[in-house]
Design a protein around this ligand. Structure first.
Ligand code: GCO
Length: 483
């Protein structure tokens, strides 16, 4: 095959950047031993919200508060994965998965947020991990995917820097219990999201709205990441540890210098606020006012946050288009006092049911920038996916071609980034199955597997059949069809 992968992809992209033309020179092979996976999170799929000693999490409290979640949905039952995990592992086998990213529910392990672990909580995750290992699927374990024990929120939550030590204690307990079975760990999931949506705009649990609390929460999260990394390594010296960072390439809305500077500030906060304290022991120069005092940074803290992460997890969905606020906007809008940048969606690509732009090139741009800026680190794509409402048709099947096209487009761009030098070891489609989409409830479906929430019946979608072929062949097939 004479043409390089990049040239082949450029030729293909020239025809249609959002889905592979039939004559694209596929198959596109991925590196040997590539981790083909899917991702989920405890509160979004487990259910059993108050079973076997689990205490209330901030998401139980938030979802039980009328008006917070669309259609009054809750995660009380969700996908009932707590009881159906063996059935769900059979779906993972059908998808030819090599890796399964899931999260541990902290309030199942420490109901009060500290102290001795709940044996029944640990037993569930031992059973889940053993069943994954039996199926020859890598357990890729996220230690925090937003479900803080409510007891810790009542003690101040993430704005309270003591929470960093509570998190490290919890991580040590889980590492001691599962370390012999689990080798790859994700410390925090999307700290930029759970601090901003949880403490600034109130869209997610615990639903607080305070700029000061948000800044304090970001610093506690960075301290927690560093302390947890050390606690994990102390229990399991051979463990690989990173975090899943919500990332989106930030493009200036125009060629103006103001927009370019605003886009760079947005990149530094949105993508790097929790990466640089780990890799460089400092906060990126993102905000108009150095926030150290507001965050409660103390002498020696940045040595605590600085840890050599073994990989960078990237959760990526789309790009961000950034413009500079006007002088009047800066004056009148407190959110621009610290971060003078207006973040928006691109408008050229098709939209998902969630009204997110489909823009596969965002995958290439983000992965190659991280590769360039951090000395070609190990990267795992820890989330990428799309919401479409496709349901069973007259034949009982779900022909979700838009989701198939989405994954095919983003994976093609990921392949191009790997071809251009990125060290990407795995890709985890969000999500294994339709699940509880936070404040959207069950209204947004991201799964490769359809879930009928009334009956808990699972149905593999056409995109899942296609993804299973990709994982089985370790390549993007020539034909965008499942079989
Ligand atoms: C996130 C979370 C997931 C979401 C997914 C779709 O990135 O927000 O990690 O829990 O469900 O991204 O929004």
């Amino acid at each position: 095959m004479g043409t390089t992968l990049a040239a082949r992809l450029d030729a293909w992209r020239g025809t249609n950047p959002f889905s592979a033309a039939p004559n694209a020179s596929f198959p596109i092979a991925f590196p040997k031993d590539f981790w083909w996976g899917t991702a989920t999170a405890a509160y979004q799929i487990e259910g059993a919200w108050n079973e076997d000693g689990k205490s209330e999490s901030i998401w139980d409290r938030f979802a039980h508060t009328p008006g917070k979640i669309k259609n009054l949905d809750t995660g009380d039952v969700a996908c009932d994965h707590y009881h159906r995990y063996r059935e769900d592992i059979e779906l993972m086998r059908a998808l030819n998965l090599k890796s399964y990213r899931f999260s541990v529910s902290w309030p199942r392990i420490q109901p009060s947020g500290s102290g001795q672990p709940n044996p029944k909580g640990l037993d569930f995750y031992r059973r889940l991990v053993d069943a994954l290992l039996e199926a020859k699927i890598r357990p890729f374990l996220t230690l925090y995917h937003w479900d803080l024990p409510q007891a810790l929120e009542e003690a101040g939550g993430w704005p309270n820097r003591d929470t960093a030590d509570r998190f490290a204690d919890y991580v040590a307990i889980v590492a001691r219990a599962l370390g012999g079975r689990v080798s790859d760990w994700i410390l925090l999931n999307e700290a930029v999201v759970f601090t901003t949506d949880g403490y600034l705009n109130g869209k997610k649990a615990p639903g607080r709205k305070s700029l000061h609390a948000t800044l304090q929460a970001t610093h506690t999260a960075n301290l927690a990441q560093g302390k947890a990394f050390r606690a994990l390594k102390a229990e399991q010296s051979q463990a690989r540890a990173g975090s899943a960072f919500n990332m989106s390439p930030c493009e200036p809305a125009s060629a103006s210098e103001e927009d370019r500077l605003a886009a760079e500030r947005a990149h530094r906060y949105r993508n790097l606020w929790f990466l640089e304290p780990a890799l460089k022991g400092r906060y990126p120069d993102a905000l108009a006012v150095p926030p150290g005092y507001l965050m409660g940074v103390k002498s020696g803290d940045m040595e605590q946050t600085r840890v050599p992460l073994d990989f960078i997890g990237v959760n990526l969905y789309d790009r961000t288009v950034v413009s500079a606020p006007s002088a009047t906007e800066r004056l009148l809008n407190p959110q621009f006092w610290l971060l003078p940048a207006k973040l928006g969606q691109g408008t050229q690509g098709p939209r998902t049911a969630f009204d997110w732009e489909v823009w596969p090139k965002a995958m290439y741009d983000m992965v190659t920038r991280i590769t360039r800026d951090y000395g070609r680190p190990v990267i795992e794509i820890t989330e990428n996916g799309c919401s479409y409402e496709d349901a069973p048709g007259p034949d009982g099947q779900i022909h979700d071609r838009r989701r198939l096209d989405y994954h095919r487009g983003y994976l093609s761009e990921l392949a191009r980034a790997i071809h251009d030098g990125a060290d990407v070891r795995g890709y985890h489609a969000w999500s294994l199955m339709d699940n509880f989409e936070w404040e959207e409830g069950f209204s947004q479906r991201f799964g490769l597997v359809y879930v009928d929430f009334k009956t808990q019946k699972r149905i593999m979608k056409e995109s899942g059949q296609w993804y299973g072929r990709v994982a089985g062949e370790n390549a993007l097939p020539a034909e965008p069809r499942a079989r």
